[in-house]
Design a protein around this ligand. Structure first.
Ligand code: MTE
Ligand code: MO
Length: 427
């Protein structure tokens, strides 16, 4: 992988330099004027001269066939097999902020399991006065909340550390989804189990695990567990899909996706972290000096232009062009997104579709008058803590080149005069 990614990187760089030297002379295609009357306007079409489907045709609807390319995709060579693997959300083809469950990325360590509500049990044990086992029906009787949050795998953008590699926003940034969850605050269930809320909880942790073979156990400090963690059973209004943890998953807002335990089976209150596989040999960041940083839970502010992008090229000539993308921060709300079309020489403020919501995706638009010349497109997110998304160089200066996880650097798309776009790295 290293050799081929390096080769790819150097050839892309050479290509980019060549193109810049040539001055990007080709103008964008302009829409041809229709030669005669447009039959779509003047003729009665089949869909207007017969009947459509009845309301009994589709008890549960799927997207129309013309949208059949808006699907999850995986990258075969990334993992050894599809059971312990990842696929990616087609963010290049979506708009708005809510990710439909049917195309939201999946990450499993031992496959997606089928667990019924009837067979579902959640145990809370350890340092509590009243260890309890909840059924699904029990969970439904506690007061609920609903919130929209993003879930980003710490490995999102992980292949891009060494250089521009995967050619598409789906692959570089698609290990993310954003859903409206309904569930019970974890603190409510911990109180039910007799956790002494008035007592000294400093140094206390919860260890959470799933019912799948991998169990994906993670330690979460008590402060977070009592803050905004949800034991969720609905997403975007309906039951969680099997692949997202049906019937119950943990939602850990703003923190790395690995902690969002699916098929949640047990929560143990402990007086320290377990230091499980998923929080030691995996999901830690190796720094420039070869040591590993312990615990990187919060997902820092990040953004990506979803269109135009390599899988979403421009299909029209110069003139009005909608540039759009997503921004998010695990520390709070997105307050501002900047866009550059010249590789960071000049920046302009994008328009947020709605005010940023804490720990949720924010959609931005940049309404551009394209001159038909090549562009080096980038977006840069700011969050409410004042944090500004770093360049790849800034991130490498601190993190070195040995990292995989937690890459939130600014992404560059090289858009060519013919409207095609390519993943490149500029310095
Ligand atoms: N039980 C269990 N929970 C799990 C996992 C798993 O393999 N088993 N994968 C984790 C990882 S690494 C991520 S990024 C998220 C992905 O959630 P999703 O599949 O809904 O996208 O779930 C986490 N929770
Ligand atoms: Mo993950």
């Amino acid at each position: 992988m290293t050799a081929s990614s390096n080769d790819m990187k150097s050839s892309r760089r050479a290509f980019l330099r060549g193109a810049l030297a040539a001055g990007g002379a080709v103008a964008g295609a302009t829409a041809a004027k229709a030669a005669g009357p447009d039959p779509l306007i003047t003729e009665v079409q089949p869909w207007a001269s017969g009947l459509g489907d009845g309301v009994d045709a589709t008890p549960y609807g799927m997207p129309i066939k013309f949208e059949s390319d808006v699907v999850r995709r995986n990258v075969g060579w990334l993992t050894a097999d599809v059971i312990s693997s990842i696929n990616f959300t087609p963010i290049h083809a979506l708009d708005g902020t809510i990710t439909p469950q049917g195309c939201a990325f999946e990450r499993h360590h031992s496959g997606a399991i089928e667990l019924s509500k009837k067979d579902y049990r959640l145990m809370i044990n350890g340092l509590v006065d009243r260890p309890l086992v909840f059924t699904y029906a029990d969970l439904e009787r506690f007061p609920r909340e609903q919130h929209v949050y993003f879930c980003e795998c710490a490995a999102n953008t992980g292949m891009e550390w060494a250089g521009a590699q995967l050619n598409g926003a789906q692959f570089t940034h698609g290990m993310i989804h954003n859903m409206e969850y309904t569930g019970v605050p974890l603190r409510t269930l911990l109180a039910e189990a007799g956790l002494d809320m008035a007592g000294d909880l400093s140094g206390k942790w919860v260890y959470v695990e799933g019912a799948d073979a991998s169990s994906n156990g993670r330690s979460i400090p008590m402060e977070k567990a009592l803050d905004d963690v949800l034991v969720a059973f609905k997403a975007n209004g309906e039951a969680l899909r099997m692949e997202h943890g049906y019937p119950v998953r943990l939602v850990v807002p703003g923190w790395e996706g690995n902690m969002w335990v699916k098929w949640l089976r047990r929560i143990e209150v402990m007086d320290g972290p377990v230091e499980s596989r998923e929080e030691t040999s995996k999901y830690t960041d190796t720094l420039a000096d070869g040591t590993s940083r312990k615990w990187t839970w919060v997902m820092d502010a990040k953004s990506v232009i979803t269109s135009p992008s390599p899988q979403s090229p421009i299909h029209h000539g110069k003139g009005p062009l909608v540039i759009t993308g997503l921004a998010w921060s695990g520390r709070g709300a997105i307050t501002r997104v900047d866009v550059t079309t010249d590789g960071g020489k000049t920046w302009q403020q994008a328009r947020l579709a709605a005010p940023g919501q804490a720990k949720a995706l924010t959609r931005f638009y940049f309404d551009h008058n394209w001159d038909g010349e090549e562009m080096l497109l980038q977006a840069r997110a700011h969050d409410e803590t004042g944090y500004v998304q770093p360049t790849k160089t800034q991130l490498r200066d601190i993190r070195g080149l040995n990292s995989v996880y937690h890459n939130n650097c600014i992404q560059t798309w090289w858009v060519k005069p013919n409207g095609e776009a390519e993943n490149v790295e500029i310095s």
